[in-house]
Write a protein that binds this ligand. Sequence first.
Ligand code: LLP
Length: 383
Amino acid sequence: MTFTKEITNRLRNHRTPFYYYDMDILRETLTIASREASSRGFTVHYALKANFNPVIMKTIAEYGFGADCVSGNEIEHALNCGFQPGDTVFAGVGKSDQEIETGLRLGIKCFNCESIAELKVIDEIAARMGKKAPVALRINPNIEAHTIRHITTGTDENKFGIRIPELEEVVTVMSGLHNIVFRGIHFHIGSQITDLNPYRNLCTRVNEIYDWFTDRGLEPEVINVGGGLGINYNEPETLPPFEQYFNVFSTHLDRKIRSSISFELGRSLTASCGSLISSVLFVKEGASETFVILDAGMTELLRPALYHAFHLIENLTSELPVKKYTVAGPVCETTDTFGKFISLPETQRGDIIAIRSAGAYGEAMASRYNLRSLPGSLYSDSI
Ligand code: LLP
């Protein structure tokens, strides 16, 4: 249980808003994820876009995870936090020349490439630097992930990856690029996926595509099936179903490729350990609802405003009878709202509010809109 009375009292001594990380939950999550993956011979890269807080990153690196980066800055940051270049991959639909140079200079494991144009640019830069660039092809498997539309990535209508009908041409072009070393194939179908069926469909597609490559004399040594495992935002204390998730892959992927499988997990590793802690500034009557105005808003946690995402909200300091409130932030935008007509114990100015399951895509997506300060962070090990 994250918020005992004792912890709440300690949190009261710090200026809100800030992120609070329960490091025991993080370590428990990492222990289970790494055990379930390694017992099946799988490798996991942490997708640091979910949370690049150095304390969180260093802890994840200690558990032996690799890093999945999407910018040159992320690559440098991952290495500074203890991840190894040989366990670092670089994905993204728009890598700049400078970022490609960073990846080559630091000797990363692999570039996940998304187009012929990108392959040609990487080849050119590698030639100029006298390097060979290890490359995996990111293939769009055209699989519906049944998640929120905004974070689906593996279907034909979005910008990510190489479409299957283009593969023949990509392989032909690649065979003429002498500074590219083909390492493998990469897939990612979306994020916050809670129905495991799309992953079964992905396995079928991966088996077919693997055979397609070997038929052409190309042996993918790296088969990266991406990330996306969802969490239960209604039950912040429940950890993600790592065992069932990895089981889908050990059951449905062909035996011959199982030892080459890697994953890129972000949210499932860090979401549960983090909460956004905020104070109630004002309680305000509207025409048809009572507003609780917090000192945290979309600048600290963007997900509700951007995706209508749900996060459980708790009042840590009131035990009064429950009432219905609309919980909003201080930012000058109507969408700066965390939840409408939600049940909270009667709430007053000065109460402490926890917005749960915010350890992924929370602090990482904070902004300085309205010239607000970025949120700080506190850790259960050191409060
Ligand atoms: N690999 C690739 C290529 C990705 O694009 C992503 C996430 C991941 C791995 C990690 O996915 P995860 O395991 O975290 O689901 N800001 C959104 C989520 C965007 C996800 C972007 N890509 C949110 O707050 O829900």
